[in-house]
Design a protein around this ligand. Structure first.
Ligand code: PAF
Length: 281
């Protein structure tokens, strides 16, 4: 496995693979890899001959006061794990390499970035789409794999790819969970023992909502009341949002008539966690 830190070197490598007819699959990450990321890399092997994993904690997607500085990092361990799942190249540029002096270009998707995480993190998706567009230009992937835990992010990236005619196949991969149900996330490393217990109520609330729909409940307000009271019973947890949305357009849903996204975000202590499930129609 090769580690590449320079944009031009990555572009040359990608170009030479393309000339040889090799398919490139990209897994963009911010590192501190866990089983969820490794699952995306295994999935990437179904879509490319050469697997590139980018590891870059992207400053432009963090707002003021968010956790950019303290976001967990462990490059040595990440390289080891990526090597074990058959990654060809880890692309790990510096912030200066990605955003040199004088940098001033951003990619912004409009409607689908406004609700949910976009409301409480106003600059977040602009940073995500900008860095992902840059990664696509640098790595030139045929396919890119993203986790469905960041459901809105996946929707936003699909929109960008369609709108800007980017020639990349976007693959979404289902959420990978710990045995106790907690959705895997690098930010889980911030949680204390009791906070971790509180965080479990997110997946429990999703399960409860799904049972209600299976039981015939269709009223969005009733389902959201049950979800909020499940989350509200945890003293250490503060709800950011609990919403029902159309999984394609992210428009608000008040009555379940087809597959519906139940999206949750909550602060457990200082840590903001998200989780979601597409409820059956
Ligand atoms: O999902 C993430 O880890 C990040 O938002 C991404 C897609 C790697 C862009 O920095």
């Amino acid at each position: 496995m090769r580690i590449i830190e320079r944009v031009t070197e990555m572009q040359q490598q990608a170009e030479s693979w393309r000339r040889e007819g090799r398919r490139i699959a990209l897994v963009p990450t911010m590192g501190y890899l866990h089983e969820g990321h490794l699952t995306l890399m295994r999935e990437a092997r179904n879509h490319g001959d050469e697997i590139v994993v980018s590891i870059f904690v992207n400053p432009t997607q963090f707002g003021p006061g968010e956790d950019f500085e303290r976001y967990p990092r462990d490059m040595a361990r990440d390289e080891l794990l990526a090597g074990e799942v058959g990654v060809t190249v880890v692309f790990a540029p510096s912030v200066r390499e990605m955003y040199p002096d004088g940098y001033q270009t951003f990619v912004e998707v409009m409607e689908v970035t406004r609700p949910l995480c976009g409301r409480s993190r106003p600059v977040h998706f602009r940073g995500v789409t900008t860095v992902v567009a840059k990664l696509f230009n640098i790595v030139k992937p045929d396919a890119a794999v993203f986790g469905e835990k960041d459901f809105q992010q996946l929707t936003v990236i699909r929109r960008m790819v369609d709108d800007l005619n980017m020639d990349v196949q976007i693959i979404g991969h289902p959420i990978v969970r710990e045995e106790d149900g907690l959705a895997m996330s690098s930010r889980n490393a911030y949680l204390t023992g009791s906070q971790r217990g509180a965080a479990l109520s997110l997946s429990r609330a999703l399960g409860e909502a799904e049972r209600m729909v299976h039981g015939g409940e269709r009223r969005g307000a009733v389902i959201l009341d049950a979800v909020r009271s499940q989350l509200g019973s945890e003293g250490e947890l503060r709800i950011d949002y609990a919403e029902l949305r159309d999984p394609d357009t992210l428009e608000n849903v008040t009555e379940i008539r087809g597959p519906t996204l139940l999206a949750l975000a909550a602060f457990v202590g200082q840590t903001r966690l998200i989780d979601n499930r597409v409820l059956p129609g």
